[in-house]
Design a binder for this molecule. Structure first.
Ligand code: C2E
Ligand code: MG
Ligand code: MG
Length: 416
């Protein structure tokens, strides 16, 4: 039987991530073909031998309680000529070669050394380490890991989590699962990274005994504007719940991203809106000072029956952008959305027929929603009739109407 999938979008590539603190984004060292030349590989090796690589750490938190749950180790190359480089600028150079294993072992050792230093300051912080699938597939991986851990007797193996990219974990699922099981006997936990970008298959998930699903940041970043990404997120959270795995969201850049996740029932997250990756020495001060955004405290999950309310703002914002694009001539496709057929409309209808449509707030919301759809139809008809002046004026009114409805929706969601 074909594996069931919820998403199949590959995202991670050779590019660097925008906005990382202190990371320059020079023209990448990675050529068109990804792999590095002998010179490039030699340069990476020299960098490794002369201490040019460093680890930065990005905290993982519970947005609701403010608990700091751990940190992810992210490699950087402090290149003498090119400045601080992101992994996307140099990891593809060594992909598939023996340096992957050498650099990977350096990362594990460095992370454990940092954890030991934090312990001296009374900080016991679990660390997640990204492991290349090639390293994981080495025959000696578990033995090597055990030997490295033995050099840090003060750090329990249970404080370590290994992250493997979902797409790469599927390359040899039997072997990867065997390694995961062997590591779990040592107490080490596993996360599937960039979850949602591989096959996100139910049958694969059943066979991969990971503890954590890290939701790929692209879905999180776009979920406030794109209903499809919100749907993918809903699917991933459903999978995590069904398989009793913890969901961790990546890419929480703003308070609103965090709010939406909390309402969907996902409390654990990482992202620039919480903290950017930072050198290990800065972590203790960050821990001492960080407080979650006050808008995150006491936000509880919205019952699934009311999720159409969460979709409503995303769906209407996306739909009205389509109307805008049509009116401005940026798109030829006439946006269609009957007010009974949008998710929010269906929810309003269901609430009304279940006899819950009596209170005033509900009726105001229903009227505003119908008005918005009716008005949008009018704007589209003016645009079709090439009444450009009136269409532009109506569009401005439509945007005001939309903002009014989104504001009321926010209020409505808060009162659930
Ligand atoms: P990843 O493991 O998914 O790590 C998250 C990446 O997203 C990091 O980029 C982080 O800086 C970035 N990020 C975190 N929060 C946000 C946010 O709110 N918005 C945006 N736009 N980005 C955010 P970074 O450090 O450039 O790493 C990229 C990828 O390189 C990592 O993705 C991981 O797959 C790989 N990588 C990093 N360090 C290592 C390592 O030591 N070993 C291996 N094998 N791979 C590594
Ligand atoms: Mg990761
Ligand atoms: Mg990721």
């Amino acid at each position: 039987m074909e594996a069931q999938t919820i998403a199949g979008i590959a995202t991670w590539g050779a590019g660097s991530w925008p906005g990382d603190r202190g990371v320059h984004h020079p023209s990448s060292l990675v050529g068109r073909h990804g792999r590095g030349s002998e010179d490039d590989l030699g340069r990476v090796r020299v960098g490794l031998e002369t201490g040019e690589f460093e680890l930065h750490f990005q905290p993982r938190v519970n947005m609701c309680t403010g608990a700091i749950l751990g940190a992810e180790a992210l490699i950087r190359w402090r290149h003498p000529e090119r400045g601080l480089l992101s992994p996307g600028d140099f990891l593809p150079l060594i992909e598939g070669g023996p340096l992957v294993v050498e650099l990977g072992e350096w990362v594990i050792t460095r992370a454990l050394a940092e954890m030991e230093r934090w312990r001296e300051e009374g900080i016991d912080l679990p660390v997640s380490i990204n492991i290349d699938a090639l390293q994981l597939q080495q025959a000696q991986f578990v033995e090597r890991l055990t030997a490295i851990l033995a050099a840090f007797p003060g750090i329990p193996a249970s404080r370590l989590e290994l992250e493997v990219l979902e797409s790469r974990a599927l390359e040899d699922i039997a072997q990867v699962s065997a390694v995961i099981r062997a590591c779990s006997r040592l107490g080490i936990t596993f996360a599937l990274d960039d979850f949602g970008t591989g096959y996100s298959s139910l049958s694969y998930l059943k066979r991969l005994p990971v503890d954590v699903l890290k939701i790929d940041q692209t879905f999180v970043l776009d979920m406030l504007d794109d209903p499809e990404d919100l749907t993918i997120l809903e699917g991933i959270l459903g999978l995590a719940k069904a398989f009793r795995r913890q969901a961790v969201a990546e890419g929480v850049e703003t308070v609103d991203h965090g709010l939406m996740l909390l309402r969907l029932g996902c409390q654990v997250a990482q992202g620039f809106g919480i903290a950017r990756p930072m050198p290990g020495a800065e972590v203790p001060d960050w821990i001492a000072e960080w407080r979650p955004d006050p808008r995150w405290t006491n936000v509880s999950a919205v019952a699934q029956a009311h999720w159409p309310l969460l979709y409503a703002s995303v769906e209407h914002r996306a739909w009205i952008s389509e109307v805008e694009n049509y009116v401005h001539g940026r798109s030829d496709a006439r946006p269609a959305m009957d007010h009974h057929h949008c998710r929010f409309g269906s929810w309003l209808d269901a609430e009304a027929s279940a006899g819950r449509g009596d209170h005033t707030a509900f009726q105001v919301m229903d009227a505003l929603h119908q008005q918005l759809h009716g008005f949008a139809d009018g704007v589209l008809n003016q645009a079709i009739a090439r009444d450009r002046g009136p269409a532009m004026a109506s569009l401005r009114e439509l945007l005001t109407l939309r903002d009014g409805m989104l504001e009321r929706l926010q209020y409505f969601v808060q009162t659930l």
